[in-house]
Design a protein around this ligand. Sequence first.
Ligand code: C5P
Length: 227
Amino acid sequence: MKIGAVVVAAGSGSRAGGEKPKQYQKIGGRPVLWWTLKALLDHPRIATIQTVIGPGQSDLFREAAGDLAVESPVVGGATRQDSCRLGLEALAGHGLTHVLIHDAARPFLSPDLIDRVITGLLVHDSAIPGIAVADTLKKASNGTIERTIDRSGLWAVQTPQGFAYAAICAAHEKAFKDGQTQLTDDAAVAEFAGLTVAVVPGEPENRKMTTQGDLADADRALNRSLT
Ligand code: C5P
């Protein structure tokens, strides 16, 4: 197995507010993206890391990742799906058998989580981390509940999502050619192309930084663990 990683960091992070996109805001004294890249770099099974950044984010990237041994970034697209496809294309020529695709906005991925995804890839073409839904789910419109959704068999999924490299590249190409542009994770791209996707246990700590509150919580947690 030769495993690479794509880190998508091309979002504008508008839901988090702040003067910089959330992946460049600091937690524990370092940009979110630094923590994410460091966690992947420190994992012995990952051979190379390709970051995908937004247009005009080169200086922010250099500031965030300057001291880390990662590939030069490539510029992403208007949607996460576009950014992933462009990141995957940039890794052609590295001889990869597998790839992990990860959100820059999830800086707390653990070595064990990465191991579980890689172990899933020994058996299936795709493996993604997920947590079984524990809350009761409702469908609402205009502020009132329409109905209750049966939560059995439902999973909240995370990244890193792992794939056979050639299979996910072909799946992205197919989705692009077929005009499927609104797929919100790479597993949905794999499902669209008919690949089997296995789910492995995710981790509550591997949460996505979405709001200023998430960033403040993460900052407090890191500062506690660093002192
Ligand atoms: O917006 P959301 O939180 O779902 O984004 C998930 C990840 O995808 C983030 O790390 C973000 O930077 C990335 N992204 C991207 N290109 C886009 C939109 C989002 O790389 N056009």
